[in-house]
Design a protein around this ligand. Structure first.
Ligand SMILES: Cc1cc2nc3c(=O)[nH]c(=O)nc-3n(C[C@H](O)[C@H](O)[C@H](O)COP(=O)(O)OP(=O)(O)OC[C@H]3O[C@@H](n4cnc5c(N)ncnc54)[C@H](O)[C@@H]3O)c2cc1C
Length: 455
């Protein structure tokens, strides 16, 4: 490995969602950088390819319905020239009101753009420690390699850098019994008016039998000693991504109010909502695979095959991927980072993506873009200017740097992390939540305009 000793060099560690966005932003600002990606030489537990910006689980970049928090974040990324948003447009597949993509096309688009950018040098190597000099953006993600995680823990004095999340299974479309499922989006909501999900309807008896089977199924063995905690029930799960067996343990009806909720899904054969439903979302542009939405789990693979084949329409399903538990590595943002995503103790080191303490694909892209923007500013000797708090991106960084450090949980973008409206607007829009959200989005757009105008 070449010495990393130029003081003005910029290193981005990790060619994932955040790292690619950061490197792209640096290049757009005219700055050279080296992007270090350890795959394919050293794989992670979840990535399957050597491509940059690989989506490891769902193919959804969440809601693109106007005036939702997730839409606002994507709109801001689009306004700031995000590489991922451009790739998402080119790889889009039907997904109701969500922006869903063909993961292969998406990763190919980004890999091609990054590898073809003369200001970015891609080095396929694992970095075992943060380079001693230069500006560094750590974007090594939730599955940061052990050596690097050790170095980060030492530098930041952190005791614990990881907890647990889970991923959902994917089935081969040709093995779904189309006579038993029906196509529909919840409440008919879809960007193009299509019926974007396949729904597997369940009767009360079918649901009860399914819950029994989930509760009785064997869990997968631990891959690493630390995973033993999963079996001992001592795991820190991320609440928004609970495995279905954990949801089922919380009450027999809980699944029916969570990932198996039937509301708004009218079965054309009965004209009614079923008792419960499993939704299947298209995975690829060819529609040759579907994922079981919200069916993250930690059951043994043969158990998953047996239990999920109880679902109407999936009796003969072939699984292309099974659900799994995985490690999620992140630092305690409020303790360690400022709103420009720099280490307070070592301001030449920036953090972005999941490891900075956000949760989600788009949130990772957003923090990557911001870290890249700030790192470019730092390289040019500029005073760093975080995005306004009124914007979704500004609020995300504000959350990372200012949330309660004692009970820190990575954040998805949500309206409750943006500042409340002023009293006048709140009073005026008291009875209209949609109008309040629209007002928050309007205010964010105005703030971003002003920010971009002043730069
Ligand atoms: C299994 C799993 C499933 C997930 N499912 C979802 C989901 O469905 N929806 C969602 O919104 N979010 C999901 N997430 C969370 C998160 O959004 C994704 O992990 C996202 O990819 C994070 O982006 P990132 O850029 O921070 O990390 P990544 O995209 O993982 O990129 C980090 C990169 O760094 C590389 N790397 C690691 N260590 C080193 C090193 N020492 N040297 C060089 N390179 C290194 C890795 O190979 C990787 O390519 C999931 C996370 C995991 C782990």
């Amino acid at each position: 490995m070449e010495a990393l000793n130029q003081t003005n060099s910029i290193h981005v560690i990790g060619g994932g969602l955040a790292g690619c966005e950061a490197a792209w932003r640096l290049a757009r600002a005219g700055r050279r950088c080296t992007l270090h990606e350890m795959r394919p030489g050293k794989p992670t537990e979840a990535h399957r390819t050597g491509r940059l910006a690989e989506l490891v689980c769902s193919n959804s970049l969440k809601s693109d319905s106007e005036n939702t928090a997730s839409w606002l974040l994507k709109q801001e990324l689009r306004r700031l020239g995000s590489l991922s948003m451009a790739a998402a447009e080119r790889s889009r597949v039907p997904g109701g009101h969500a922006l869903t993509v063909d993961r292969e096309v998406f990763a190919q688009e980004i890999t091609r753009a990054i590898e073809g950018e003369p200001l970015i040098e891609v080095r396929r190597q694992e970095l075992k420690a943060i380079p001693a000099e230069g500006i560094v953006i750590v974007a090594s993600g939730p599955l940061t390699s052990g050596a690097l995680a050790g170095d980060i823990a030492r530098r930041t004095g952190s005791q614990r850098l990881y907890f647990y999340d889970s991923i959902s299974p994917i089935v081969d479309a040709s093995t779904i019994d189309m006579d038993k499922v029906f196509a529909a989006s919840r409440y008919g909501k879809s960007i193009d008016g299509g019926d974007d999900y396949l729904n597997c309807p369940m009767t009360k008896e079918g649901y009860e039998a399914f819950v029994d089977a989930v509760l009785a199924a064997d869990s997968a063995d631990a891959h690493i000693p630390a995973d033993e905690a999963i079996h001992e029930g001592k795991v820190a799960f991320f609440e928004a991504c609970l495995p279905i067996e954990e949801i089922a343990r919380r009450g027999r009806e809980t699944l029916r109010f969570g990932p198996m909720k039937p509301v708004g899904l009218t079965d054309p054969r009965t004209g009614r909502w079923p008792y419960a439903a499993v939704q299947l979302r298209q995975e690829s542009q060819r529609a040759d695979s579907y994922n079981l939405v919200g069916f993250q789990n930690h059951m043994k693979f043969p158990e998953q095959r047996r239990v999920f084949r109880l679902i109407p329409g999936l009796e003969q399903a072939e699984f292309l991927r099974y659900g799994q538990m995985h490690r999620n590595t992140y630092i305690n943002g409020p303790e360690l980072l400022d709103t420009a995503l720099r280490l307070k103790s070592e301001p030449r080191v920036f953090f972005a993506g999941q490891i900075s303490g956000v949760e989600g694909y788009v949130e990772s892209m957003a923090t990557g873009l911001m870290a890249g923007m700030h790192a470019a500013g730092a390289a040019m000797g500029k005073a760093l200017k975080p995005l306004p708090r009124e914007t979704a991106m500004g609020s995300l960084c504000h959350y990372i740097a200012n949330a309660d450090a004692q009970r820190y949980q990575p954040a998805n973008i949500a309206f409750d992390i943006l500042p409340a409206l002023d009293d006048e607007a709140r009073a005026r829009l008291k009875r209209d939540k949609k109008a309040r959200h629209a007002e928050v989005c309007r205010r964010a757009a105005v703030a971003l305009d002003a920010y971009l105008g002043e730069r």
